[in-house]
Design a protein around this ligand. Structure first.
Ligand SMILES: *Cc1c(COP(=O)(O)O)cnc(C)c1O
Length: 354
């Protein structure tokens, strides 16, 4: 039976990405070798790396002066790499969820951190308003989409300082004004590729300004200057990422993806708002179009497990909410078809009528 995959990450990938990745594992670019067993310095793989970086730049309209680097370590390693490379004395952070909170903890190892906005006290159920950002900070760090709580900032805020953003779970879901940022980073396993590669879009001018010594592998310059080939990169996830980027381009780019994502989210939020049984957990103006969090109203609470089992009979997987919110979370990443959302909505209605 065809599954409707709502997992939050690792998560659904396009069939195009999966098919081409399988093919490259069998025979990579007509080399007669698997991509798993060929040198990352072969001309065939160097071409993959170059094209992946170029397509990243093209799709996101990245201005001159920025490099796209691919490294390991996940978004979680970026939590320390960012302050290592950019924090001189003080940075501002927005505490909008679990991942933002973890980023703050790491930044404190490198300097003063001022939390300028937070929704922690209400279990992160809205995106905190970003205002009064001090001008004496080295950067403002934001997490544009809070994967666990389902809140999102769907714009590039106007602030008087340079920004750094964790866009792990909403990259390629809207156009971005990259010029406002020194670094945009993310684990690729939500909207780009299988787990194992992390992307960072780095403004080269922003580097080299701190006084501390940065270990070679944690220095963005190391990777940027060697085209992400200083050491062996995560070859297979980069290959898959390239396939996803080609698929995005063939669909028409980020504006088209944005329209598709907004439509999917609208269908699901409308169903939640019309329901007598289900209710959203996030204040409407902060709702994420990537991760939709909802629960059952108190009088139906004990039926949550039953709904997950019922949904499974319809091929729906991955809708169990994160333990810090409970209930349900449906992740509607770019590769998820609208049809899957409609199947979920139908299942909700059928369950409610039973
Ligand atoms: C998934 C996620 C992370 C963690 O990514 P890893 O690659 O597992 O370290 C960080 N930030 C956000 C917003 C995420 O969604």
């Amino acid at each position: 039976m065809k599954k409707h995959n709502f997992y939050a990450g690792p998560s659904i990938m396009s069939q195009f990405t999966i098919d081409n990745t399988i093919e490259a594992i069998r025979d990579f670019a007509g080399t007669g070798l698997s991509i798993l067993e060929i040198s990352h310095r072969s001309k065939e793989f160097v071409a993959v790396m170059d094209e992946a970086q170029a397509l990243f730049k093209e799709l996101l309209d990245i201005p001159e002066g920025y490099e796209v680097v691919f490294v390991g370590g996940g978004a979680s390693m970026q939590f320390c790499m960012v302050p290592y490379n950019l924090l001189k004395t003080k940075a501002a952070y927005v505490d909008s969820g679990t991942w933002a909170h973890k980023a703050i903890k790491e930044a404190k190892l490198f300097g003063d951190v001022e939390v300028v906005a937070s929704s922690e006290e209400s279990n992160y159920n809205f995106y905190p308003k970003i205002e009064n950002v001090p001008t004496d900070v080295d950067y403002l760090h934001i997490t544009t989409n809070n994967t666990i709580y389902g809140t999102e900032l769907r714009e590039d805020p106007d602030v008087p300082v340079r920004m750094v953003a964790d866009m792990s779970s909403d990259i390629f879901s809207r156009p971005i004004d990259v010029s406002k940022y020194d670094i945009i980073y993310g684990g690729a396993q939500k909207n780009v590729s299988p787990a194992g590669v992390t992307f960072a879009i780095v403004k080269m001018d922003a580097l080299g300004k701190v006084n501390r010594t940065i270990p070679t592998m944690l220095n963005y310059e190391t990777h940027a200057k060697k085209g992400s080939m200083f050491n062996t990169p995560p070859v297979l996830p980069i290959y898959s990422a390239l396939q996803t980027l080609k698929w995005y381009k063939s669909l028409g780019g980020v504006k088209v993806l944005q329209r598709m994502d907004e439509e999917k989210a609208q269908v699901l939020y409308d169903a939640i708002d019309d329901s007598k049984m289900f209710v959203g957990t996030v204040s409407p103006e902060s709702r994420s179009i990537m991760n939709v969090c909802f629960v059952m109203k108190p009088e139906y609470k004990e039926l949550e497990k039953d709904f997950i089992d019922f949904a499974a009979t319809k091929g729906i997987v991955g809708i169990k909410g994160h333990r810090s919110v409970g209930g349900f979370r449906a992740s509607l990443y770019n590769a998820l078809p609208l049809e899957s959302v409609k199947v979920l909505v139908e299942a909700m209605k059928e369950f409610e009528n039973k």
